[in-house]
Write a protein that binds this ligand. Structure first.
Ligand SMILES: [Zn+2]
Length: 298
């Protein structure tokens, strides 16, 4: 870390980024997702096209969310994390921990490379507490149709609710892989919608636990929900079809502008720092800006 003088951290500020893998905008709109809808209604909701620097694949997508730089910088263009530049462009939890030692960080995921050395990860390298639950144990595809991801999603929601509700973690990443898995197997269908609705309920489990904190009224929480890419109708992604080369962000919190805001994946990390009242160090070379700081609000 550079030895520039950084802003003091306000310990009552907290932020959770919920990652929900592979959720198309039309399925999100059709699904009953009261928790995501409430976050969007209190803050912002943005849909955007993935640009040419953004492969429509989970590895680069989540790496861009985590680091605040595009794939040409973090050098992850697939789901094997070889030759990456995550030491140069670390995830936002690692940056927070390194620059502000009093900040405590948490990550939970049922896609192993996000929080473990599987496939030469992890993307989130140094959280104080990490929960890894494997939906496809032993590296084999669990079947049928992501039922395993249903179980691991429940495990993640339970752990995140207990940890974030009951102790003091300032910044977190909580990931649910089930919608992507279901769409890969079954395409766009009612089961896919149901998986998106389960992810929403799990976000709600965590948010409710946070709101039940005895200290909640004195805290300022920011909630961000983001997907990494969409899917083609028959299930699958990686190309440039408009249905796969798309994503969305919903966010609410004291520093989040309301309404329609231009934003994209590289803005998540700067917005996490902003949620905690912290400024991005220019020497980090981040390529995004905090929500609302792009020109041309729609
Ligand atoms: Zn994905």
């Amino acid at each position: 870390m550079p030895d520039t003088v950084l802003m003091a951290f306000a310990p009552h500020r907290r932020v959770v980024v919920f990652g929900v893998d592979g959720v198309r905008t039309d399925t999100l709109a059709a699904a009953h997702t009261p928790w995501i809808d409430a976050i969007a209604a209190e803050g912002l909701y943005a849909e955007f096209e993935l640009n040419d620097l953004a492969p429509t694949v989970s590895g680069p997508g989540w790496s861009t969310v985590a680091t605040g730089v595009w794939a040409d910088k973090h050098r992850i263009d697939g789901n094997v994390f070889a030759d990456h530049a995550l030491e140069e462009y670390p995830d936002f939890l690692s940056r927070l921990r390194a620059a502000w030692p009093e900040i405590r960080t948490y990550a939970a995921a049922d896609w192993a490379p996000l929080v473990s050395t599987d496939s030469l990860g992890p993307v989130f390298a140094t959280p104080h507490r990490a929960l890894r639950v494997d939906a496809a144990g032993g590296g084999e595809k669990a079947g049928p149709f992501g039922h395993d991801y249903d179980a691991t999603g429940a495990d993640i929601a339970a752990d995140a609710a207990r940890v974030l509700g009951g102790s003091d973690y300032h910044a977190s990443f909580v990931y649910f892989g089930e919608p992507d898995e279901v769409c890969h197997y079954q395409g766009v269908c009612p089961e896919y919608t149901a998986a998106v609705e389960r992810a929403d309920q799990r976000i709600g489990t965590v948010v409710e636990a946070i709101r039940a904190r005895p200290t909640y009224a004195a805290e300022q929480w920011t909630f961000i929900v983001v997907t990494d890419h969409g899917h083609v109708d028959e299930g699958g992604h990686g190309g440039r079809d408009p249905w796969e080369a798309q994503a969305w962000i919903a966010a609410s919190g004291p520093a989040v502008p309301q309404g329609k805001v231009l934003t994209e994946h590289v803005d998540i990390a700067p917005s996490v720092f902003r949620a905690l009242g912290l400024d991005v160090d220019e020497s980090w070379g981040l390529e995004g800006v905090a929500f609302g700081e792009r020109d041309g609000v729609r």
